[in-house]
Design a protein around this ligand. Structure first.
Ligand code: HEM
Length: 276
C-alpha cells in the first residue's frame, strides 16, 4: 500500500544530503580556484596551471571550462572597472595623483619596472585602491539572489523567513555617514595609519568595507584582483600624468549592469613623463 509518510521521510533525508553535496562541490570549486591563484605567481600561464593539476585536484575538461568561464566572467570587468573608477578619481584629485606618483618614484623611481613586491611597499597606493573600492564598489549588491533555506533569527530579533531572497547592500554601508565620516569625500588618507586613518581589511574581515563579500562565498579572486588593479594603476601613474579631456568632462554617475559601471565611460588625457 502507498504510504505518503514514507515519501516524506525519504524527502526529509534527501534534502540535507543534496545540501551537503552542493556544499562539497562549492568547497571543491573554491579550493581549486584558490589553489590556482596561489600557483599563478610561479608558473605564469593560467591554463598551464589548470592542466598541471594532479591527483585530487585534477579537473575534468568540463570543470576547466567552468573555472575559466567564471574567471573571465567574474574577474575581468570588476578589475577593469575598478581601475577606471580609480583613474577618474585621480584626475579629479590632482594632489592625490601627485602624492601617489611621489610614493611610486620613491619605491621604484620614475622608470623602474613595478612588480607585486613593490606594490606591498606602497601604502598610499593600497589606500587609494581601498578608497576606490569604498566609494565605487564594483559589486555593490553582494550575494546576488541568495535564498534562505530556513527561517533565520537575526541578533536584532528580526526573522528572515525560509525562501527569502536576500542581498547585502554594500554600497549603502560604504556611503553611510554614521560608519564613514564625510562618506562622499574621496580621501585615501582615511586608510593611512601614519596620517591618523585606520587600516581596514577589505578581504572580508571587516563588514563595514567588504567589497569582495565575506564568509564561504567570498570572492576567490580577491588577491588577484587587488594586485592586478594596484599594478595597473601604479604603472599608469608612474609613466603618465593624467588629466581631463575638455570636450568630455569626468562624470561620476553610476549605472549598475553586471558590475557598477561609469555611466559615461572615462575619457582621459595622458602626457608621458620623462619626455623632452
Ligand atoms: C576588484 C576586483 C573584484 C571585485 C570587487 C570582486 C567582487 C566580488 C563579489 C562582491 C563577489 C560576490 C561575493 C558574494 O556573493 O558574497 C565575487 C564573487 C566571485 N568572484 Fe570576484 N571580484 C573581483 C575580482 C575577481 C577576480 C579577479 C576573479 C577571478 C579571477 C573573481 C572571481 C569570482 C568568483 C568565481 C566569484 C563567485 C564565488 C562564489 O560564488 O562562491 N573575482 N567577487
Amino acid at each position: 500500500m502507498f504510504d505518503p509518510s514514507g515519501v516524506e521521510k525519504r524527502c526529509d533525508n534527501l534534502v540535507p544530503r543534496v545540501r551537503k553535496l552542493v556544499s562539497e562541490i562549492i568547497d571543491e570549486h573554491r579550493k581549486s580556484l584558490e589553489g590556482c591563484e596561489r600557483q599563478l605567481g610561479d608558473t605564469g600561464d593560467f591554463v598551464d596551471v589548470l592542466l598541471s593539476l594532479k591527483g585530487e585536484e585534477k579537473l575534468s575538461e568540463d570543470d576547466m571550462v567552468a573555472v575559466l568561464w567564471e574567471m573571465i566572467f567574474r574577474g575581468t570587468d570588476t578589475t577593469a572597472l575598478l581601475t577606471e573608477w580609480a583613474m577618474a578619481e585621480l584626475i579629479l584629485h590632482p594632489k592625490i595623483q601627485s602624492k601617489l606618483r611621489a610614493e611610486i618614484d620613491s619605491v621604484v623611481g620614475s622608470t623602474g619596472s613595478i612588480n607585486d613586491a613593490d606594490v606591498a611597499q606602497m601604502p598610499y597606493l593600497q589606500a587609494l585602491v581601498k578608497e576606490t573600492l569604498r566609494v565605487h564598489p564594483p559589486g555593490p549588491l553582494l550575494s546576488w539572489a541568495r535564498l534562505s533555506t530556513d527561517d533565520i533569527q537575526l541578533s536584532n530579533g528580526m526573522v528572515v523567513p525560509a525562501g527569502t531572497t536576500a542581498m547585502v547592500n554594500m554600497w549603502a554601508i560604504t556611503h553611510d555617514d554614521s560608519i564613514w565620516s564625510n562618506s562622499e569625500k574621496f580621501n585615501p588618507a582615511r586608510f593611512m595609519v601614519s596620517e591618523g586613518g585606520v587600516d581596514v581589511d577589505v578581504r572580508g574581515g571587516d563588514l563595514k568595507l567588504a567589497p569582495f563579500g565575506a564568509g564561504r562565498r567570498v570572492c576567490p579572486g580577491k588577491n588577484l584582483g587587488l594586485v592586478t588593479v594596484s599594478l595597473w594603476i601604479a604603472r599608469l601613474v608612474q609613466r603618465f600624468e593624467w588629466g581631463p579631456v575638455d570636450s568630455s568632462p569626468i562624470d561620476l554617475s553610476e549605472v549598475l549592469k553586471l558590475s557598477l559601471e561609469m555611466k559615461k565611460p572615462l575619457a582621459a588625457a595622458a602626457t608621458a613623463r620623462n619626455c623632452v
